[in-house]
Design a protein around this ligand. Sequence first.
Ligand code: TXA
Ligand code: MG
Length: 351
Amino acid sequence: MKTEILKIDKNNIDLGKIKFAAKVLESGGLVAFPTETVYGLGANALNEEAVKNIFRAKGRPSDNPLIVHIAGIEQINELVREIPYNAHLLMDRLWPGPITFVLRKSLKVPGIITGGLDTVAVRMPNHPIALALIKESGLPIAAPSANISGKPSPTCARHVIEDLSGKVDVIIDGDFANIGLESTVLDLTLEPNMILRPGGITLEDLKREINNVIIDPAIMEQSDINIPKSPGMKYKHYSPKAEVKIVEGSVEKVINKIHDIINEEKARNKKVGVLATDETESMYKNVEIISLGSRQSPETIAAKLFQSLREFDDKGVDIILAEAFENTGIELAIMNRLSKAAGYNIIRIKN
Ligand code: TXA
Ligand code: MG
C-alpha cells in the first residue's frame, strides 16, 4: 500500500488536506494523525472492517480495546448508554484534553472496539489537527497510538513513518506531540472512580474536581493476581529493542550503582546507554547519555521519554540504564511507562 504523507501546520491548517484525510476515513481507510499526547492511528469507529485494519496494521492483540475520539460533546450521545454526574463535570472541565473516560457503551459501538467489554473509552483530544479531522469526517474515530504494538508510542511523524509506512493510507505530519505520554484513562463506571492508566491529567488534578478517585493498585506492579482493569496495561509495552533497567534510591547511590552496572556490562562487551537528567548528566562518563531534561520540569521529561527510548535503539545500545522518578504527579505516568519498558526490572537501593 502506498502511504500518503500530508504535512499540515497546526497553526495554519490547510483545509484541503484535512478534507482529503477525512474522505479517507469516511471510505474506511486508516489515517495517522497528531494529538497533544501521542500520534494516533485513526479509523471510523462504527466501521468494523476499518477497525480490523487498525489491529492488523499495528499487530495489536484483539482483546485490547480502542479509545474512540470525538470533536464535539454532542458526539458522545450515540456512544454511551448513560452519562453519570462526574462524567458531565469532568468533560466540562477537562475536555478537550489528555484524559479518556470509560463509560457504559451503547449498542451502536461494535464489540471489536471494546474487546467485548460492556464499556467504551472516549476522548476529545486537544489538538487543532485532530479536532479538525474528526469534525470534518463527522465520525467517531477509533485511534490507538500509531506505533507497532509493543513499541514506544510515537511522538512525531517520523516515528509513525518508521512503524507504519506502507501499512496505512495517510500519515499526517503535524509536528511534535507536546505531552509525549498517552492520555490518563479514568473509569467512571466504578465507585470510586479509578485511574486505569496514569497520564497528563494527574490524580492530584482529578482530586481537585471530584471526591472519590483512586488509582488502580495493579498499575505499578507486575503480578498475576492483581490483573489491571485496563486490558492494555497487561502487555509488555513501550519497549525499545534494548533491555531497560531502572535504578531507584538517593541520587549519589543511584549514580554509583549505574557506574557499577556500566562497568559490568562493558566488561561483557555490551553497549550501554544512560537515561539521565540535567542534574546528573555530567556525572556519567564513557557511555551514551541522553538527558530527559530537568527534574524541576517533569513535563519536559515526559515529552522526551518515548523519543529517547527510540533514539537509543537507533544508536544500537544493548542496555539502557534509567534513573527512577517519583510516584506522584506526572512522574507517576513517567515511572509507569518506564517500568513497563523495563519489564518491571527495578533495582531498589536502600538509603
Ligand atoms: O493519548 C491517548 O490516549 C492516545 C491518543 C492517540 O489519543 N491513544 C492511546 O490509545 O493511547 P491506546 O490504544 O494505545 O491505549 C488505549 C488504552 C489501553 O490501555 C486500553 O486497554 C484502554 O485504553 N482501554 C480502552 N478501552 C477500554 C475500556 N473499555 N475499559 C478499560 N480500558 C480501556
Ligand atoms: Mg498504545
